[in-house]
Design a protein around this ligand. Structure first.
Ligand code: ASN
Ligand code: ZN
Ligand code: CA
Length: 332
């Protein structure tokens, strides 16, 4: 018996034609990524517990790019896990979610007409539903990066999932999930500051969230106020998502990869972005070194200012930009 790392040909619904890392066994090929901690992708076949079946194939060519094909969701999930792993490693210098080189695993085809995806610390795994009707499978790249980043947050700051800390937990998943999407540089799913633009979870063609102006979703907050912690965590995240967009890209109108953005400020200030690489480095350092389970928005400001000081210096333009950007979203 032998096992060998292979490069399979994947046909994803969202990722398009992609190389995925697979394993050759006596019986054929399986979705085990030997280059990334042994990450495996399973098919739950509409079940809702356990792992279901490891996804296998005879000729190392996977999926046909349609939701009707069972392997296709597995291709997108396996690809998303690989790109998230690679982003953590080469952009953040982190060896897997826990920093120990160990892989999580993915489960696709969860339940019946399930319109969500989720991370679970207890299995150290992420799970994707198939959607329902116009609402497509949940296996897009930004969703994969979002869900895996819940594992990263649990392994670092462990931000409590309620109140302002819960909003920061959610925003961390959107910030690094979006950063994965840009990092992957996939022509079929280019980087943007929208969350879930591929999956049509609203059934009307709109994305789930907008980082340049979170209130465009009808529920999220653009600016901090004293009631922010009463919102659902997926809406109190808006202030930090807006902070990240402004820090990276600046205020006002901008077009990136063909998508138009228009990001306002609470104080009417005009901001110039420092670029997304510096912005995610600051966020990650703040998350992994300075934030704790009870960090609130005021604490996130302090944490990111410390991180920017460590990375760029006490007299740096980057530190000034962090402070000015928090002021622009009303975090004093
Ligand atoms: N997809 C959602 C999230 O990651 C699932 C949830 O609300 N727990 O936040
Ligand atoms: Zn989340
Ligand atoms: Ca996106």
């Amino acid at each position: 018996s032998y096992e060998a790392v292979k490069t399979g040909a994947g046909h994803g619904q969202y990722s398009g034609e992609v190389e995925i890392t697979t394993t050759k066994t006596d019986a054929g090929f399986e979705l085990t990524d030997g280059e990334r901690g042994g990450h495996k992708t399973y098919d739950l076949n509409q079940g809702s517990s356990g792992t279901g079946a490891l996804v296998t194939d005879d000729d190392d060519t996977w999926g046909d790019g349609t939701a009707g094909d069972r392997q296709t969701a597995a291709v997108d999930a396996h690809y998303g896990a690989a790109k998230t792993w690679d982003f953590y490693k080469s952009a953040l210098g982190r060896d897997g979610i826990r920093g120990d080189g160990q892989a999580a695993y993915s489960r696709v085809h969860y339940g019946k007409a399930y319109v969500n995806a989720f991370w679970d610390d207890s299995c150290f795994c992420m799970t994707y539903g198939d959607g329902e009707g116009d609402k497509k499978p949940l296996t897009s790249l930004d969703v994969a990066g979002h869900e895996m980043t819940h594992g990263l947050t649990s392994a670092t700051a462990d931000l409590n999932y309620s109140g302002e800390s819960g909003g920061l937990n959610e925003a961390t998943s959107d910030i690094l999930g979006t950063s994965v999407e840009f990092f992957a540089d996939n022509a079929s799913d280019a980087g943007d500051y929208l969350i879930g633009e591929k999956i049509d979870i609203n059934g009307d063609g709109t994305p789930l969230r907008y980082m340049d102006q979170p209130s465009k979703d009808g529920s999220s907050a653009d600016y901090w106020d004293e009631n922010l912690g009463n919102l659902d965590v997926h809406h109190s995240s808006g202030v930090a998502n807006h902070f990240f967009y402004l820090l990276a890209e600046g205020s006002g109108k901008k077009t990136i990869n063909g998508v138009d953005y228009d990001s306002p400020t609470a104080d009417g200030s005009t901001l110039t972005g420092i670029g997304r690489e510096k912005a995610y480095q600051i966020w990650y350092k703040a998350l992994s070194v300075y934030m704790t389970s009870t960090t609130d928005y005021a604490g996130a400001r302090v944490a990111t200012e410390k991180a920017a000081t460590d990375l760029f210096g006490a007299d740096s333009e980057e530190l000034k930009a962090v402070s000015a950007t928090w002021a622009a979203v009303n975090v004093k």
